[in-house]
Design a protein around this ligand. Structure first.
Ligand code: ZN
Length: 102
């Protein structure tokens, strides 16, 4: 049994076990400014992981183009070389096709 007191949540107004800040578990988890552990790695400035600024991505797409078009690497091999996922490689493909069509 939960030892936490049942309180009316200040957000959803349901009577539920109190978590903190006057909120129930789900409202506390979703409160504005809450840390989101499913957020992409590297999304925050200075965070580790693959960089995501527009110039960096454009440079990586260009590297990907060279690896696949000039060096004739497979999508999978090029993705491994650049440290991106296969899914991202597919997004780069889409981008290169769109640029080629423009
Ligand atoms: Zn709530």
């Amino acid at each position: 049994m939960s030892r936490r007191p049942i309180r009316r949540c200040t957000r959803c107004t349901r009577d539920r076990p109190h978590r903190a800040l006057g909120l129930c578990d789900s409202c506390y988890t979703r409160r504005p400014g809450a840390r989101r552990y499913d957020a992409p790695i590297g999304a925050a400035p200075g965070a580790p992981g693959v960089l995501r600024s527009a110039e960096v991505i454009a440079g990586r797409v260009e590297d990907y183009r060279e690896l696949t078009r000039e060096m004739r690497l497979s999508k999978k091999a090029a993705a491994a070389r650049l440290g991106i996922s296969y899914k991202t490689a597919l997004r780069y493909e889409q981008r290169l096709r769109a640029e080629a069509a423009a």
